[in-house]
Design a protein around this ligand. Structure first.
Ligand code: CA
Length: 223
């Protein structure tokens, strides 16, 4: 999952980024309102974690602007202000959820899972493709009912593919899920993770369309 973290507090930002990266997410971190706006205007994310009190541009303004231009990216507001009216304002401006600082990283992770699940419109939290089942809330994968142990990055690649069965994801799209801006992209990393996933889930579970990308399940009919 690719996450934009908008947070001007260095310590809070560092700890959130470390926790998300450990979970296999790619995290891009900006520290002021203007950078957040320019980044959101040019890049796609699966989730935005948005601090409200920011230099240059208030978080609420950023959020309202996103929703005005019909950007439906899930947003969780992070607020230090424990006032009811701030939380209400955040939700009214189009936030999907909010967390009041200080919060436990475990709670943040749970809110993220809930928000992304709701956005994907899945009533059932688990995703099944063939005999492979992925449970995002537990970060568990089973094949034919047997648990499969995956590294954080293998899981990230598999989750991206299984979230959209039949859709072909390009190597670049999968790399986006694996790396934030600060990370050097290892050449062939996606091929390596796909190779490892095939070894664990069956050689034909992840299919390759040469020069286009990878998919699981039945291919979408092109329109
Ligand atoms: Ca702040």
């Amino acid at each position: 999952m690719r996450v934009l973290l908008v947070e001007d507090d260095r310590m809070i930002g560092e700890s959130i980024r470390a926790a998300l990266k450990q979970d296999g997410s790619a995290v891009d971190w900006v520290r002021d309102g203007r950078s957040a706006e320019s980044t959101l205007a040019t890049e796609q994310f699966d989730l935005v974690l948005l601090d409200l009190g920011l230099p240059q541009r208030d978080g609420l303004e950023i959020l309202r602007a996103m929703r005005l231009r019909h950007d439906q990216t899930p947003v969780i507001v992070l607020t230090a202000r424990d006032a009811l009216q701030d939380r209400v304002a955040g939700l009214d401006a189009g936030a999907d959820d909010y967390l009041v600082k200080p919060f436990e990283l475990e709670e943040l992770a749970a809110r993220i899972r809930a928000v992304t699940r709701r956005k994907a419109g899945r009533a059932e939290p688990a995703i099944e493709v063939g005999d492979v089942r992925l449970d995002p809330s537990m970060r568990q994968v089973t094949r034919g009912g047997e648990p499969v142990v995956l590294s954080a990055r293998e899981y990230a690649v598999l989750e991206a593919l299984m979230s959209r069965p039949g859709a072909i994801l390009s190597r670049a799209q999968l790399e986006d899920r694996l790396y934030g801006w600060g990370d050097a992209i290892e050449s062939n990393a996606v091929s390596v993770y796909v190779h490892q996933l095939r070894r664990k889930l069956g050689s034909d579970f992840i299919r390759n369309v040469r020069g286009v990308g990878y998919y699981v399940g039945r291919p979408e009919v092109s329109r």
